[in-house]
Ligand binder design. Sequence first.
Ligand SMILES: Cc1ncc(COP(=O)(O)O)c(C=O)c1O
Length: 397
Amino acid sequence: MFHDDKYWTSQRKRIFLPRDSINLNAGTLSPTPVPVMESLGNMRRQQAAVPSDFLWRQMPSLLNRARKSLADYVNCSTSNLLLLPNVTHAINLAVDSLKLEPGSEILTTEHEYGAMLLCLRRVAVERGWRIRTAPIPYKTEDPADLVAALEKAIVPETKVLFFSHVLSTTGTVLPAADLCSMARRHGLTSIVDGAHAPGMIPVDLAKIDADFYAANCHKWIMAPIGAGFLQMRPERKTTLRPPVVSWGWGYKAEEINADSGCGGSNWHLDLEFAGCTERCPQMVLPDVFEFRKSLGTEDAIFQRSRDLSTFAREHLGSLGFAPATPANTLLSGAMTAFEFPRVDPIPYRDRLWREHQIECPITFAADRCFLRVSTAWFVTRNEIEKLGVAIKTLNAI
Ligand SMILES: Cc1ncc(COP(=O)(O)O)c(C=O)c1O
């Protein structure tokens, strides 16, 4: 059944995806499942009706339940896990916690997400550090090449290795566990931007064992917008500084605080609670995982996406677009990039949408331009064919 297109097509009515629009961009955000939206609506109605009761008495257990469901999904402990609005927030927390000597270096790749590079640059400028972006082998099929390239780039000043688990430019999946263990061997702190990984590929945080691992739930997991997380090694916990001070500051971090308004310990309160804010997108995470279970096993969901990315690779390849993402299943998932002529990305992307109702981004890195095709389970082969027709039409003009 899980290899049958009809099964997956029949499930499309369970998500908010307009019939006449094509979403090849789960890499930015996914459409929300209908049952999750219903839970979100119910939760918000509760919040609207009895706001103080909701904040004081209902939220702590709802947040504990959400943290637990996420911790089980990515295999970590809730005591090292923060529920946050998004990966940007999470990376900012991790990066701000670094304490390095002036002259230290943060080593990263030439494929990082621009906003995260800006976050690194701000601390580097303020604290007298240097950011160095290392080239990584393009289209290699061997994970060891990627580890070797970054290992070779380490110099005595390098103190931190920052990389994306899945490159937002080419969709390449970096060997996160190998990179983190290599970083540890060299005494480096590892910070992983996992924005695209959970929900797109299996993510086992115990195996990856990063100093900090940050990610989103509103991309491939399909949570509503406003759900991300930061997980870390226990010894990193007390290095974090909340960007906003509220009720969590100055308490014993590990003490469980039943009245905290956000469940968990005072540490969670300190870093998650920035006064009264809307946290329902995080609290419906258990419903999101229920929805995924109702679709099929995680393996079935990943396999469906992989089947579609293989089809995209073959079909767009036959139209003359060379895949930029490795074919090795250890280095690829459900985001496949294709080498693309140099176009102005935003107007081109907007024309794809306005003229063809197709959402599909153009990305840039290391002097190359890519068409990045996200094949989430709800995509159809016919939609990938329509993308081929649309780009041929647009490129002919
Ligand atoms: C690699 C990477 N990191 C970080 C982000 C930022 O995600 P958000 O805006 O949800 O925080 C993105 C968004 O696409 C991304 O691709």
